[in-house]
Design a binder for this molecule. Structure first.
Ligand SMILES: Cc1ncc(COP(=O)(O)O)c(C=O)c1O
Length: 386
């Protein structure tokens, strides 16, 4: 059956007739599952991926979330984790071995780069190229096992041409994985473009209410089974049933929330364009004319935006941020509330410039409060720069 994304988010698998009429799927708050006979128990243990044995395996509430995420990404299997980093580390630990090389494309989430750097101690090497793919041919090595992409990135929001990456990787038998958190599966479906794995921090738009931490990996059954066995069961980054139910609740409103995040973000961007103090704005919606591939690659834009102040220094960034009140200062993004942050610190200007990031960069997670309120608040920040 081909279901629409809206049907998957709001209905599929939630059939109340299966749950005594309950309109919310039940929370199986249990660590283990008991068996009628010892024989049944030993049989179930042979295939923990498919049987309810222990919740550091398969749990029905988490499984419902996994089925929905797999359907949204058009993948045949999904495993959920206790965090996005749990999912990312499971991919690395399960698929890489000593002597392998990983090619990372675009600005990659900081802890992911720290993790890959840490894996040097197991003789796993890595290199980076930027989103333009200018040197991708040369960057691929004999021992490249995995190409890991973030698109859009989450600091300068740069996009990568996903089908071009897949084409080269397939020719050389390299596994491809993408962190698809920025877009969510509603706005970008990398598996349909040939990616092997799509990874999410469910903590962001999919959970959507800043009250839960979770992660997911979606892909073909063979790869996800391998990740289940090693990176999930043995590493043990489990998503609890209660947290899974919060994320299932988040999914029900994901389609309408994303529409609103997009609308608010586009209005805020139009406002930022008029501000004298702004040197440049970063959001994939502004790159469409430059990259025609985006017309088919992405179906929409979420609310994570960044911009550069002309006065690119810690003092100006602090004054701007401290002038805001609706936008809360904090990490993470993708929730109902608007957030502001910056990678700028008192003493890291040079380091940021070397990474291609302006020391005047401010990042906004445009929430659901309404663009008029958001713009009024941003105006207060700009007033502090005078
Ligand atoms: C792009 C991206 N990927 C992965 C993660 C990690 O997710 P989590 O915080 O759920 O571990 C984050 C967290 O901010 C992120 O921004």
């Amino acid at each position: 059956m081909n279901y629409t994304d809206e049907e998957i988010c709001t209905q599929i698998g939630d059939d109340p007739s299966k749950h005594h009429g309950a309109v919310s799927p039940p929370i199986y708050q249990t660590s283990l599952f008991a068996f009628a006979s010892f024989k049944d128990f030993t049989e179930a243990q042979k295939l923990e991926r498919e049987n309810y044995v222990y919740s550091r395996g398969v749990n029905p509430t988490v499984e419902l979330l996994e089925q929905k995420l797999a359907a949204l990404e058009r993948g045949d299997s999904c495993k959920c984790f206790g965090s996005g980093m749990g999912a990312i580390s499971a991919v690395f630990f399960s698929l890489l071995k000593s002597g392998d090389h990983v090619l990372l494309i675009n600005n990659i989430y900081g802890p992911t780069t720290q993790l890959i750097d840490y894996l040097k101690k197991f003789k796993i090497t890595y290199s980076f190229i930027d989103h333009e793919l200018t040197n991708i041919q040369e960057a691929i090595q004999e021992n490249t096992k995995l190409i890991y992409v973030e698109s859009p990135g989450t600091m300068r929001m740069k996009v990568v041409e996903l089908e071009a990456v897949v084409k080269l990787a397939k020719e050389k038998g390299i596994i491809t994985a993408i962190d698809n958190t920025w877009s969510t599966p509603l706005f970008q479906k990398p598996l349909t473009m040939g990616f092997d794995l799509s990874i999410h921090s469910l903590t962001k738009y999919i959970g959507g209410h800043s009250d839960v931490v979770g992660g997911a990996v979606i892909g073909n059954r063979r790869l996800v089974d391998e990740i289940f066995q090693y990176g999930y069961q043995l590493n043990g980054s489990v998503l609890g049933a209660h947290d899974a139910s919060l994320i299932l609740r988040g999914l029900r409103t994901l389609p309408i929330r994303l529409k609103q995040h997009q609308e608010n973000a586009l209005k805020v961007i139009a406002y930022l364009k008029m501000k004298e103090a702004v040197a440049s704005i970063h959001h994939p919606s502004l790159e469409q004319s430059q990259y025609p591939f985006m017309n088919t690659q992405m179906k929409g834009f979420t609310g994570l935006v960044s911009f550069e102040l002309k006065q690119a220094n810690f003092d100006s960034v602090s004054r701007f941020i401290d002038g805001l009140s609706l936008f809360k200062i904090g990490v993470s993004w993708g929730g109902y509330e608007s957030l502001v942050t910056s990678p700028v610190k008192v003493d890291n200007a040079q380091q940021l410039i070397e990474q291609g990031i302006s020391p005047g960069l401010v990042r906004l997670s445009i929430g659901l409060e309404g663009s008029d309120l958001q713009i009024r608040d941003l105006e207060k920040g700009f007033n502090q720069l005078r």
